[in-house]
Design a binder for this molecule. Structure first.
Ligand code: DGJ
Length: 736
């Protein structure tokens, strides 16, 4: 709900459990007042301290510099005396840099607002209101609309800005972040996510220090290395208690997310498109809209924050018809064969998969051009009939006849120097004239900002999809952007390239899901380098990491699940020794860990032992029995191997609290060890529950009946896994 008090000039945005207040200050600046636990409508303008004395200022109102460098702001601007991090920087026709936003008017709209070309939240089955505060710089004759969308079923506020050039001259927007707010530092900690290829999104929690700290990408994609997310939380905040603020970005390119602790011990939080290598030319009458940033507040610890993000993304961002349906259990041939496969090998895999209950075969990289390794053919999206003998249509028909659906891999944004398309269009690769472009995985990036190249790539994909009954696409992207140059943009617009690239990806994916509405799309970027809310708007699932090792996945999936629902995390059972780390883990553990994602296989099923086949069949049954809990339920982190160095534990609990699935993974085993009791939050304390140890010998580990409050406060005994890397799955059901 959004209210405006004419007397106090305060906007009060309320979600079910949080309040956000904004003040139009005495001088007309848009000032941040409060964000936190839901409160009443009192006049909180005193929190902005704008009436307090500034340095050598005898006036009751501060001098401009003193005021602007102090006032908590909603959308701080550059060059006029707020020396903290700005959200907006503009240079005018004469290259001056000042911009100052003063309140002009506002409106409250009873719905969400879509931004052309960008992924956006929407409201279908619930109410959403959007506050639009229009501000103005009268000198530049520029208007900036500040948007805030608030849902009545979710503790999230979605923010963005629109910059309109109403003057007769051209200006350059050099920085246009999506959200900012200031608040007193309460001795907070900060969480960001870090990693690398095959080690994405590890949680890093640390105290906030003076100065600037945060995360960025200038790689043209979200990246393996840092993630467009940060959380600020009480030092004492735990998984289930304490104040947590989370910020996440609905975008798939260069970003910045920062906290700046300044001279008065207050914090400025900013998030948006990375201003490095960014500049947007705004001609008279033009407008620029930023992507959306999501703000979440929870006073119920990190799990409360995760629930708000998960609910927002499942209810208000992911559009796919598959989002609330069981996804087909797939088998992908990448780790099974890499480039070395043909029709017969794929059919062998399909036949055995069918026997074990798998539902879809995905043909990964290597089916096109003359690609037998990663040094050629990207862009030549023509079936290699030497490998796919009999053609693609025939292969798909045979796979369908066996009883499996068929999916296929593409990397539409790339071009190999050794490809027919590059030979005929060398100017279609991103490059700086006169400079040899840097190679990565022996490939270049297709200049999809060029409409001709973009259309070619899209049509090539569409042609293949129309040629056979293909029901799934894995859209990969295996290198980062460098050497930015294109014949399509004049020199004074080259600063627009990175953002235009992301818009081009979105346009292609929008076309794809519009033309093929029943397609299940999975995004991927060398593993999980483009796992972000922007991509979730187009695909309900994203490949989480090229590291499929069950133990490595504990940290990767834990960090990813901080914001993203488990239903979106691509997770497969693969072969051991694991191809990324050489570790040998029990088949059972690999199944339990993958069950907390989309679930599938990534191995040569024709080479499994009889025992492993029966384990696949059991895992498939587990998926059928329990995946609805994982997909639609609330996720709770219970214990983190990253923190305790011994074991990991998490649970999914259905919204009605009637069913839960608990996964426990012990990393290294120890001798002579006391048994573990795991406390399970989130159940109904007054109800009795029956807990069954799913894959255990029921005579050794019979089901137990315990009260919800007992499970929450005393905990359940874990059947002790034998050997290293063991796991236990517990299904919990409410009794009448
Ligand atoms: C990177 C992906 O993450 C892998 O799963 C696989 O599809 C390869 N690319 C293929 O090149």
């Amino acid at each position: 709900m959004i209210k405006f008090n004419e007397q106090t000039k305060i906007f009060h945005l309320q979600t079910p459990n949080s309040s956000y207040q904004i003040l139009i200050s005495h001088k007309g600046h848009i000032s941040h007042v409060y964000y936190g636990t839901k409160i009443g409508d009192d006049d909180l303008s005193y929190l902005t301290r704008q009436m307090e004395y500034g340095f050598s200022n005898q006036e009751i109102f501060r001098e401009k510099h003193s005021l602007l460098d102090f006032l908590p702001m909603e959308y701080p601007t550059d060059g006029i005396g707020d020396f903290r991090e700005s959200a907006l920087a503009i240079s005018d026709a004469e290259n001056h840099n000042g911009v100052e936003l003063i309140y002009k008017n506002h409106k409250i709209i009873e719905e969400t607002v879509q931004i052309p070309g960008l992924p956006c939240v929407f409201a279908e089955n619930s109410k959403c209101q959007t506050l639009v505060i229009t501000t103005e710089d009268a000198v530049l004759n520029v208007e900036v609309d500040l948007y805030y969308s608030v849902f009545d079923d979710c503790d999230a506020i979605v923010r963005w800005a629109k910059i309109k050039n109403n003057s007769s001259k051209t200006i350059f927007v050099n920085k246009a972040l999506s959200a900012a707010f200031d608040m007193d530092d309460n001795n907070f900690d900060m969480i960001t996510l870090h990693g690398s290829w095959a080690r994405e999104r590890h949680i890093d929690r640390r105290p906030i220090h003076m100065g600037k700290q945060g995360v960025v990408s200038k790689r043209g994609e979200t990246s393996h290395q840092e993630h467009p997310f940060l959380a600020i939380l009480d030092k004492t905040a735990t998984e289930n208690a304490g104040n947590v603020y989370g910020v996440n970005f609905i975008y798939s390119g260069n970003f910045v997310a920062e906290v700046q602790k300044n001279q008065f011990d207050s914090l400025r939080v900013t998030m948006g498109i990375n201003p490095e290598n960014f500049s947007w030319k705004l001609n008279s009458g033009d407008a620029f809209e930023t992507p959306q940033a999501v703000l979440v507040f929870s006073d119920k610890g990190l799990n409360g924050m995760s629930h708000a993000f998960h609910d927002l993304y499942r209810e208000h961002l992911i559009r796919s018809p598959f989002k609330a349906k069981p996804r087909p259990i797939l088998i992908n041939n990448w780790e099974a064969t890499y480039f070395n496969f043909n029709t017969e090998k794929l059919l062998e895999i399909a036949r055995q998969s069918k026997k074990d209950g798998i539902e879809m075969l995905v043909m990964d990289d290597g089916w096109f051009g003359k690609r037998n390794n990663d040094d050629c053919s990207l862009g030549d999206w023509v079936v290699n009939e030497e490998k796919i003998n009999g053609g693609l249509k025939n292969l798909v028909e045979q796979v369908n006849k066996i009883g499996l659906k068929f999916g296929i891999w593409f990397e539409p944004e790339m071009i190999s120097p050794d490809s027919d398309v590059f030979r005929s269009h060398p100017d279609w690769a991103i490059q700086i004239p006169g400079r040899v472009p840097g190679m990565s995985r022996q490939q270049l990036v297709l200049d999809i900002v060029n409409p001709e190249a973009r259309n070619f790539a899209y049509e090539s994909v569409a042609k293949i999809l129309k040629s056979a009954n293909i029901e799934y696409v894995k859209w990969d992207m295996n290198r980062q952007l460098s050497d930015i140059g294109t014949p399509c943009l004049p020199a004074d617009q080259l600063g627009e390239y990175f953002h235009r690239y992301v818009l081009a990806v979105y346009e292609m994916q929008e076309r794809l899901i519009t033309d093929f509405p029943n397609l299940l799309l999975e995004n991927c970027s060398g593993g999980g380098a483009r796992f972000d809310p922007g991509m979730l708007y187009y695909s309900p699932q994203i490949w989480c990491s090229d590291d499929t090792d069950a133990i490595e996945r504990l940290s990767i999936q834990e960090g990813t699940a901080l914001m993203y629902p488990l239903s979106s995390m691509g997770a497969h059972v693969s072969v051991c020794p694991n191809h990324a780390v050489g570790r040998v883990t029990p088949f059972k553990t690999r199944g339990h860990v993958a069950l907390s994602g989309t679930f599938g296989y990534e191995l040569d099923i024709t080479k499994l032992s009889d025992d492993e086949h029966s384990q696949v069949q059991k895992q498939v049954q587990n998926y059928k029995d329990y995946s609805h809990i994982v997909r639609d339920g609330d996720y709770y982190r219970i214990a983190s191997y990253r923190e305790n160095n011994e074991f990991d534990c998490w649970a999914s609990i259905t919204k009605d609290k009637k069913q839960a699935l608990v996964t426990f993974v012990q990393v290294l085993n120890h001798p002579n060890y006391k048994s573990r009791f795991v406390k399970i939050p989130g159940l109904n304390p007054d109800k009795k529950y029956k807990a069954t140890y799913v894959d255990e010998d029921q005579t050794q580990n019979p089901p137990v009946i315990l009260q919800g409050s007992t499970l929450q406060n005393a905990g359940i005994k874990i059947a002790r896994p034998w050997g290293d890397f063991g796991s236990v799955l517990i299904y919990i059901e409410m009794m009448n």
